[in-house]
Design a protein around this ligand. Structure first.
Ligand SMILES: C[S@@+](CC[C@H](N)C(=O)[O-])C[C@H]1O[C@@H](n2cnc3c(N)ncnc32)[C@H](O)[C@@H]1O
Length: 249
């Protein structure tokens, strides 16, 4: 059982902050750089890869892209995705974030992402945290967010399908398999697989063998990609019918 109550804010190597679970010695992001890690894994190798691949295979840009994040936490991945959305005119980003243990107002005040984001995006980050749970709300002109306060374990299979539409990109950003092995299971990944669109991808920071096996058992094709500073590899999982990136290792 994770002790979520004792938490502190720490500064990572690129100057951006993160939250640390004191008893578990587990951080929400890499101590080698929270911002750098989020950008490398979820934005460059998740969102941008999905969009770039469509382009390189000549698949017309959809009107909507549905992103699911498991573990909203500080909202860093969410706000970076919102920033990406502002580069597109005709593409609407529909972001759904699951979170079991929302960060507190005091923690939000102590995080320093405002030093790295422009003022428009600072207000987007504030909005991300102030929107009502369970309600789809607009964060930027073509970016909407639905936050769901829940345990991903309670959303297996049919329950997940009912509330979440066809997902194109999954950011799987739960705590590590060291402390939450039950979340990196075949059952959880099967549930996610069942709500993914045909060319969808799942990106995660863990490249542990047991995680890759659980993903394969759930039906995914699994590739390893180069990790951010301090981490050799990360994992890209796709439906077998997804075109696979030429940039894979
Ligand atoms: C490694 S942190 C990632 C945080 C986040 N993506 C960010 O950018 O700050 C893991 C997140 O997963 C959340 N989480 C842990 N167990 C969960 C569960 N069973 N269901 C949903 N969210 C969970 C945690 O509260 C935490 O916010």
């Amino acid at each position: 059982m994770v002790n979520i109550l004792k938490r502190e804010i720490v500064i990572t190597a690129d100057g951006s902050s993160t939250i640390r679970l004191c008893e578990e010695d587990e951080c929400y992001h890499s101590v080698n750089g929270a911002l750098a890690e989020s950008l490398h894994i979820f934005i460059y190798n998740g969102l941008k890869r999905f969009l770039a691949e469509r382009e390189s295979f000549g698949i017309p840009m959809p009107e909507y892209i549905n992103i699911l994040e498991v573990g909203l936490g500080t909202g860093l991945n969410c706000v970076l995705s919102a920033i990406e959305s502002s580069k597109y005119n005709k593409l609407h980003f529909n972001y759904i974030a699951l979170e079991k243990y929302p960060v507190t107002a005091d923690e939000l005040k102590s995080l320093n992402y405002e030093n790295f984001l422009g003022s428009d995006y600072n207000s987007a980050l504030k909005k991300i945290h102030s929107t009502t749970w369970g309600v789809k709300e607009s964060i930027l002109p073509n970016f909407t967010l639905t936050k769901i306060e829940c345990d991903i374990k309670d959303l297996e299979g049919v329950a997940l399908k009912k509330i979440i539409p066809d997902i194109d990109v999954v950011y799987f950003d739960a705590f590590s398999p060291n402390i939450q092995p039950e979340l990196w299971s075949r059952e959880i990944f099967e549930g996610i697989f069942s709500i993914m669109s045909r060319r969808a991808i799942l990106i995660t920071y863990s490249c542990r063998g047991s995680v890759k096996s659980a993903l394969r058992e759930a039906g995914f094709t699994v590739k390893r990609l180069k990790g951010p500073l301090g981490k050799r590899h990360i994992t890209l999982a796709t439906r077998p019918d997804t075109f696979l990136a030429s940039f894979c290792l």
